[in-house]
Design a binder for this molecule. Structure first.
Ligand code: ATP
Length: 341
């Protein structure tokens, strides 16, 4: 038996409904395999702010620190006070967002299988904005060799490990931001030399966003800076049928946090209609990461059952409302759980 302590942030909006779905699936694994997840449910976000005066209470931080990985449901208005703080606290430098075509989901192509590897620690996200004068704001866009190097390394390692097309494309705008993106591009080129079996290319971000619509099948691993990665990964999610199917990982050296790409979706909160696939596929990514970190192929196999369970349902056209079906959140999660073993 192998036990993993995981923290589960329940979040706001549709967060608690998604967290409940994830818990159900992890408990299903507990009941049917030698992999056991010990789950600590934690508060963070708008509701926590109201109740405790802090969006990220200390008790939550302590519990996350004690866990081996964190699964996080979306958080509302206070999202930045939760996720950006956690990303910095654990130096979660790589934001990894797969986008994949699944059966019976409206998609621009049925063969999309790509992953965006987004630098997660610098760029405009440092929030260094200043008033130059009353009417002018200056924002600093930070790019370092160290951050570029480790994200490029992560992208090439990802390409090596995937059953994909073994391609990495670096996306930037070095023709305009000659110094910042120039540095990012040159570091990517250097790292590419150490991975001769991976085909390397570069695209300007405008061309990349166009090609993602025109030829989404061509992409395998996209490595890019923080803001471009934010935008391109949402675009990629839409190419394969929307945010409800989009998982993400925030990876650091010794810790990682997994979360849906979408926000708290208050418009559908409490209605039991949200698509839980995003958090369930995030749980699958968590299992893969735990497997890699601990050399435990079994936990990866349990994670794969989650995706296989989702695929089985979709193949039978059993879907939630956002992707053209009628199942509720709880029905969908229950059916995934049933089809896993
Ligand atoms: P944020 O600014 O934090 O990204 P937002 O409210 O602008 O949040 P999202 O919450 O990410 O945007 O989602 C946009 C819309 O997509 C929602 O209003 C909702 O209708 C839909 N949506 C997002 N996630 C899901 C989901 N899991 N299931 C079904 N629909 C979803």
């Amino acid at each position: 038996m192998t036990k993993y302590d995981v923290s589960l942030i329940t979040g706001d909006g549709i967060g608690p409904e998604l967290a409940a779905a994830a818990k159900k699936i992890l408990e299903k694994i507990n009941d049917n395999s030698s992999t056991k997840f010990s789950i600590s449910e934690l508060e963070a976000g708008d509701a926590a702010l109201k109740k405790h005066g802090r969006a990220l209470p200390e008790s939550t931080v302590d519990a996350v620190k004690k866990s081996q990985a964190c699964l996080k449901a979306p958080v509302g208005e206070s999202a930045a006070d939760v996720i950006i703080v956690l990303r910095r606290m654990f130096d979660l430098y790589a934001n990894v967002r797969p986008a994949k075509s699944y059966p019976n989901i409206p998609s621009l192509s049925s063969n999309v299988d790509l992953v965006t590897v987004r630098e997660n620690t610098e760029d405009l996200y440092l929030g260094w904005e200043f008033n130059a004068d009353e009417d002018t704001v200056v924002a600093l866009r930070v790019t370092s060799k160290k951050a570029s190097q480790r994200i490029a390394e992560y992208a090439f390692r990802t390409a090596e490990m995937r059953n994909g097309k073994r391609r990495v494309v670096a996306v930037h705008k070095a023709n305009v931001m000659r110094k910042g993106d120039g540095l990012f591009a040159s570091v990517c080129r250097q790292v590419a030399k150490r991975y001769p079996k991976i085909q390397y290319s570069e695209l300007y971000v405008d061309a990349a966003s166009m090609n993602l619509i025109r030829n989404p099948d061509e992409f395998d691993v996209i490595v890019t800076t923080n803001l471009f990665g934010d935008i391109l990964s949402d675009e990629a999610a839409q190419v394969v049928g929307g945010l409800g199917m989009g998982p993400a990982a925030n990876i650091g050296k010794g810790f990682a946090l997994f979360e849906p790409v979408h926000g708290a979706a208050f418009d559908i909160a409490g209605k039991n209609v949200a698509n839980p696939s995003s958090i369930l596929l995030s749980a699958k990514m968590m299992a893969e990461w735990l497997a890699d970190k601990n050399g435990d192929a079994k936990v990866a196999a349990e994670g794969k059952r989650i995706e296989d369970g989702i695929v089985k349902l979709l193949a039978k056209n059993q879907k939630t409302k956002d992707i053209g079906g009628r199942l509720t959140t709880t029905e969908f999660a229950e059916l995934v759980a049933r089809s896993m073993y």
